[in-house]
Design a protein around this ligand. Structure first.
Ligand SMILES: CC(=O)N[C@H]1[C@@H](OP(=O)(O)OP(=O)(O)OC[C@H]2O[C@@H](n3ccc(=O)[nH]c3=O)[C@H](O)[C@@H]2O)O[C@H](CO)[C@@H](O)[C@@H]1O
Ligand SMILES: C=C(OP(=O)(O)O)C(=O)O
Length: 420
């Protein structure tokens, strides 16, 4: 297994290009199941999760091919010959469940492995299933699989989500595009990745209103056609590298970063003493003086993203004063805390909140990455720490960050991958 070695203490200067958003690319690829015609997606990041979704779509019989060998544009298309999403693929990536809505809408049946929990929480899919049931789907849960069927087309329905779910909103939005009649999704998630998915579906011929709001109205059509779509830049990758500049000091230009998707993250960084300036084609992040503790609470967009919580906590661990970091989305997303504490951080967890008392410096140590964003928080701590940090279990990182060690090294970080 690969590891990442960091020798901390170097300020970062330079430029990092932000890639396409993983959490937009995955549902967009699943949307490729909604039409026989080709969906051409560009700005696709090179990530393990994208590879997993490609394998899954191929398993359904759909061709996923780069338009130019080695390029970042994928062509997805073809008829569906198999409706099973097997355990061996779904266990690698929970977002695999996003094929359920499109398969039911397109071919009226699906057999999808239940995703189960992961390191950050139990993560059920009950809202996905309840919504699809309201649209006429029938489910049988047995042997770890969701067996789903619908007689004829899915039917439009009014679905009121009891709380905000990104995945359930995406699954039902895609299903509703080919349903018979009008679907109303109330209390829908408003993450920019959902706006990106809706924009692509509209280009494919879907009729969707309310994009960007918490009520989506979809008038089903009989078929969708091919389209070309450019995936939006990854706001979590952007925020993660902004935290790298913050924790290391220096100044880094994040090319392609879009300020409008980063409101809560940028507010927190600015409050902590980081300078964030919008420039043409990106954001300049500078940290010239010390950092201050800031309280943050995660929540659905536009609130502070749970996917930035671990990285921001690493920054808080070396900021002056105390800060309180509250996690409201996932019940177990503090797995990075004991690892940060092993590096000299002073963090106590009380229920859903972590009290971070800033320390003057961290010290390098061997640490274990437990999930995707926790991995990056340990890399950030390593950048600020004295001495050497080795981050183990880098496969989590590879799910969602492309060439992280190369991007940071290009800005002066002493970081390398040690092949395992
Ligand atoms: C591939 C992708 O885009 N992943 C993102 C997506 O995950 P994902 O779509 O899985 O997250 P959700 O928004 O659905 O989850 C929010 C909360 O709702 C709960 N829940 C969800 C569905 C359901 O049927 N029942 C239920 O109880 C979850 O356990 C969690 O506590 O949004 C999360 C919240 O912003 C992000 O952290 C993930 O990076
Ligand atoms: C939690 C994440 O992804 P997933 O929902 O795919 O586990 C993430 O991107 O931080």
């Amino acid at each position: 297994m690969d590891r990442i070695r960091i020798r901390g203490g170097q300020p970062l200067f330079g430029e990092i290009k932000v890639g396409g958003a993983k959490n937009a690319a995955l549902p967009l690829m699943a949307a490729g199941l909604l039409s026989d015609e080709r969906l051409i997606l560009s700005n696709v990041p090179r990530l393990a999760d994208i590879q997993t979704m490609s394998v899954l779509l191929t398993q359904h019989g759909v061709a996923v091919e780069p338009v130019v060998e080695g390029g970042r544009t994928l062509s997805i298309g073809g008829s569906i010959s198999c409706t099973e999403a097997p355990y061996d693929i779904v266990r690698k990536m929970r977002a695999s469940v996003l094929v359920l809505g499109p398969l039911l809408a397109r071919v009226q049946e699906a057999r999808v492995s239940l995703p189960g929990g992961c390191a950050i929480g139990t993560r059920p899919v009950d809202l996905h299933l309840k919504g699809l049931e309201q649209m006429g789907a029938r489910f049988n849960l047995a042997n770890g699989y969701i067996d789903a069927k619908v007689d004829g087309r899915l039917r439009g329905a009014t679905i009121v989500f009891p709380f905000v779910s990104v995945g359930a909103t995406e699954n039902l939005l895609m299903a509703a595009c080919l349903a018979d009649g009008r679907t109303k999704l109330v209390n829908a998630a408003r993450e920019p990745e959902i706006g990106d998915l809706a924009a692509c579906l509209i280009t494919m011929g879907a009729r969707i209103e309310g994009v960007g709001t918490s009520t989506l109205i979809i008038d089903g059509v009989e078929r969708l056609h091919g389209a070309e779509h450019v995936i939006l830049p990854d706001r979590i990758e952007t925020g993660s590298y902004a935290c790298a500049a913050a924790i290391s000091g220096g100044s880094v230009f994040l090319r392609k970063a879009r300020i409008e998707h980063l409101g809560a993250t940028i507010r927190a960084l600015r409050e902590a003493g980081v300078e964030v300036t919008e420039q043409s084609d990106g954001l300049m992040i500078k940290r010239l003086n010390g950092l201050r503790g800031v309280d943050v609470m995660t929540g659905p967009y536009p609130e502070f993203p749970t996917d930035m919580q671990a990285q921001f906590m690493a920054v808080m661990s070396v900021s002056e004063g105390a800060s309180m970091v509250t996690e409201t989305i996932f019940e177990n997303r503090f797995m990075h805390v004991p690892e940060l504490n092993r590096m000299g951080a002073h963090i106590n967890v009380h229920g859903a909140s972590a009290i971070v008392r800033g320390v003057r410096s961290l010290s390098g140590a061997p640490v274990m990455a437990t999930d995707l964003r926790a991995s990056l928080s340990l890399i950030l701590a390593g950048l600020a720490a004295h001495g050497e940090t080795i981050v183990n279990r880098v496969y989590h990182l590879d799910r969602g960050y492309e060439a992280v060690e190369q991007k940071l090294a290009a800005c002066g970080a002493d970081i390398e991958r040690i092949p395992g």
